[in-house]
Design a binder for this molecule. Structure first.
Ligand code: CP
Ligand code: NVA
Length: 308
């Protein structure tokens, strides 16, 4: 098996995602029918967290055990990584002991350096720049509920953060458009995102204009992990960037609302939107589990013949 990592969304081709989504559907269906699928008995996933997590930890840990393997939680607070052991040495050692590694950390460069020294697949469980596992689950969710995302319009309202950058990479791969509206000073920097071009996104000053006729409206916290010092200033700067019913009404009448969670009701989204009929946030959260199981299976075992 060729060693592959999943560090950013464009590490995989569209054809690979189509395959992963087929596997996700099968894995989800089998699991819901209580049919055991244990291809990873004796295999171990190490999960390294340098930031908090609920969904990512739980979905990887539960997912690995549902595949017959084991997951080990490691935090930089209580491993030698927190006491100055180099990322390179940690990667060399850990990849001798486990079969696959997931990391949630700060700068993308850290996970890149780790992967360059790892002899087993490395998965990005969120960096300051990207959150590819989340967008993989989100596009699976959109497809499951509404069909193909190709040719659709996604409205991104708020901070041009790791989620926004990953949506932009996905737009190029799946051929949809992202309409972005961020407060002044928080806009995207396409050069940092490794995009092929600019034709898959458009920027809007007014968030209502970005939401107009969108098929999917999405947002995220105003202050991402690692940026807490800016929280008070951000609350003022983002005050006009709440996805509320009025903003949703600018989108298509059958548009869905997504949020990777955790959410702050009354800040980036109103309670009536996130708890309302257009919201698919709980499906999104659940599908992280199924999609990541397909991802782990693919990275460790390669393509499996699809059973229908
Ligand atoms: N959406 C997401 O990654 O959630 P956690 O921070 O809880 O893992
Ligand atoms: N943008 C958020 C996503 C959390 C899942 C953060 O990085 O904190």
């Amino acid at each position: 098996m060729q060693l592959r990592h999943f560090l950013q969304f464009n590490d995989f081709s569209r054809e690979e995602y189509e395959y992963l989504f087929e596997r996700t559907r099968w894995i989800k269906r089998e699991f819901k029918q209580y049919r055991r699928y244990w291809p990873l008995t004796d295999r171990t996933l190490a999960m390294i967290f340098d930031k908090n997590s609920t969904r990512t930890r739980l979905s990887f840990e539960a997912g690995m055990s549902q595949l017959g393997g084991t997951a080990i939680y490691l935090s930089t607070r209580d491993t030698q990584l927190g006491r100055g052991e180099s990322v390179e040495d940690a990667a060399r050692v850990m990849s001798r002991m486990v079969d696959i590694i997931m990391i949630r950390t700060h700068e993308h460069d850290i996970i890149k350096r780790f992967s360059e020294n790892s002899s087993v697949p490395v998965i990005n469980g969120l960096t300051d720049e990207y959150h590819p596992c989340q967008i993989m689950g989100d596009i699976f969710t959109y497809t499951e509920i509404k069909g193909s995302i190709a040719g659709k319009t996604v409205a991104w309202i708020g901070d041009a953060n790791n989620m926004c950058s990953t949506w932009l990479q996905a737009a190029e791969l799946f051929d949809f458009k992202v309409h972005i509206s961020t407060p002044q000073g928080y806009d995207i920097n396409p050069e940092l995102i490794e995009l092929k071009g600019t034709e898959h996104f458009q920027e809007f000053v007014n968030p209502h204009d970005a939401a107009r006729d969108a098929d999917l409206v999405t947002t995220d916290v105003w202050t991402s992990m690692g940026f807490e010092d800016e929280a008070e200033k951000r609350k003022k700067d983002f005050s006009e960037f709440c996805v509320d019913s009025e903003m949703m009404s600018a989108a298509k009448s059958d548009a869905v609302f997504m949020h990777c969670l955790p959410a702050h009701r009354g800040e980036e989204v109103s309670a009536e939107v996130i708890d309302g009929p257009q919201s698919v946030v709980w499906n999104e959260a659940e599908n992280r589990l199924h999609a990541q199981k397909a991802l782990i299976e693919y990275l460790l075992l390669g393509k499996i013949a699809i059973e229908r």
